[in-house]
Design a protein around this ligand. Sequence first.
Ligand SMILES: Cc1cc2nc3c(=O)[nH]c(=O)nc-3n(C[C@H](O)[C@H](O)[C@H](O)COP(=O)(O)O)c2cc1C
Length: 230
Amino acid sequence: MKNFVLAITGASGSVYAVRLLDVLLYAGYHVQLTISPAGAQVLKHELGLNVDLNAFASHQILPDDSEVSEDSVLSRLRRPHPQSEHVVSSVLSESETNVGKLTYHHYQDFSAGIASGSFLTAGMVICPCSMGTLGSLANGMSQNLIHRAADVHLKERRKLIVVPRETPLSSIQLENMKRLSDNGVIVLPAMPGFYHNPLSLHDLVDFVVARICDQLGIKHEMTKRWGNDL
Ligand SMILES: Cc1cc2nc3c(=O)[nH]c(=O)nc-3n(C[C@H](O)[C@H](O)[C@H](O)COP(=O)(O)O)c2cc1C
């Protein structure tokens, strides 16, 4: 089972991360998850999720629909339960569905496997990626497990995708992105397009998550492709 590292940091757009986690698990990957304190704060603020970084349990971030409060963004964006045919056809072809695995690492646990280059992964995604984390990566500041795991992906020349969300951008932030891009990092801003005629927030979220999956080489049918009669 391939490992993908998913780090959630404190930029707006935590719904992208929750959806990506759903898709990676549903596609049968082993997700190595880590969350910064600000990431947990945004998960609470935007999605109403209470993620306890010191006592993590998967239901805190992948709750049953019944546990999600009526007015949270997630309850409006969430698709039906993953077993439903709707999700099977919209995310992956039926023959490609599998059940993955989730392993959580505390953001200060430098003894976690993902802190070492000898731990093999197929890539890492930081989604959403705050400007703070972006700046740390661009300057080699391994101050927490998220920075360290990203540093490892950089030094091992493995796929590293950052999904920044900020606007407007300062020159420092743009320079940090340029520096990361020059070092092989995929800078994939959370900038949904509108040319696929989205009908819901969910369509906009899937637009970004689909682009991440494309970069990871995951086959999916989440969005229409330009030029295809889907
Ligand atoms: C509700 C909320 C939304 C935020 N949105 C953003 C954002 O969109 N982009 C960003 O760079 N920082 C944002 N921040 C600020 C970061 O969380 C803050 O800079 C933090 O230090 C980042 O830490 P981290 O990179 O370890 O997660 C937000 C904070 C909160 C509480």
